[in-house]
Design a protein around this ligand. Sequence first.
Ligand code: COA
Length: 319
Amino acid sequence: MYTRIIGTGSYLPKQIVSNDELAKRVDTSDEWIFTRTGIRSRHIASGEETSSYMGHQASLKALAAAELQASDLDMIIVATTTPDKGLPNTACLLQERLGISAIPAFDITVACAGFIYALSVADQFIRTGSAKTILVVGAEVLTAVTDWSDRSTCVLFGDGAGAVIVQGSEKPGILSTHLHADGRQKDNLYIPSPLPGQARADEPSYIRMQGREVFRFAVKALGDVVEEALKANHLPQSAIDWLIPHQANLRIITATAEKLQLSMDKVVVTVDRHANTSAASVPLALDEAVRDGRIQRGQTLLLEAIGGGFVWGSALIVY
Ligand code: COA
């Protein structure tokens, strides 16, 4: 039994903010941001565009693509670091928006690697026969935890959501997933405290990052985890049709492509228009390339991501 992706969908907030517009708020420039990161613009959520709202919009598109109704789902998993509420979890809020009840619905908080982790969890439920059809969502409002006075971080992030429907099948689908974490890296990328009772006036709950450390670790970890996926499946680098990387920084993406000896026209890149949307970035990129016809049925996809923790992982998939 394999887990197959049978539908994808995504949602981006209406408001688009360019680098030039950001340069009016903080001391930066389009040239600095683009050269260091490959980012030109990002979508920024309004108050109504919460993770569950955007996840819902993305899920409706994924359900339509899969030709299924919400009532066909057995489970909802939402990867988010920016939930609508402390509780209930975002998956419950999404379940309610979808007009269904009773099926299990839970969030996982694995930062930018959240979608890869969520997909892996879904894969375990499907392969053991515990569930038939699962909605997996990555949804984030990172700009709500962004310090808009800190130029070293505020230029990097954006908002959005991506969704996939996965289903059990005898045809090949997810070949393997590979998950890792290293909590010793906790001080390199973090949000101080989500709990109002524990918040400190001298350290507001915005994203804090040691950019160079993150960059160095990401290049090594992602290079290793894509090799691990190929090795586990005894496949050569040439077997990959598409690399769908986490969209944090074009230089990190390029380094992973080089490691795989993959030309950049085999890499789905959205970081220029989306910036880093954390758990939403991989499903957003996947949906874009499925909908514009680049990704075709039967092709082999390699997904990877890394985030604060550090947490990282990959998934090798026959689409
Ligand atoms: N505009 C202009 N200058 C900026 C700036 C901005 N937005 N942000 C930082 N700078 C300045 C710094 O103040 C520093 O100036 P100084 O030398 O006078 O102190 C200089 O640019 C270099 O800063 P540094 O942080 O060393 O730059 P960098 O080359 O490492 O690039 C990142 C910074 C954030 C782009 C890069 O480290 C990076 O992409 N890291 C990975 C981030 C990431 O992917 N995070 C998410 C992972 S899920």
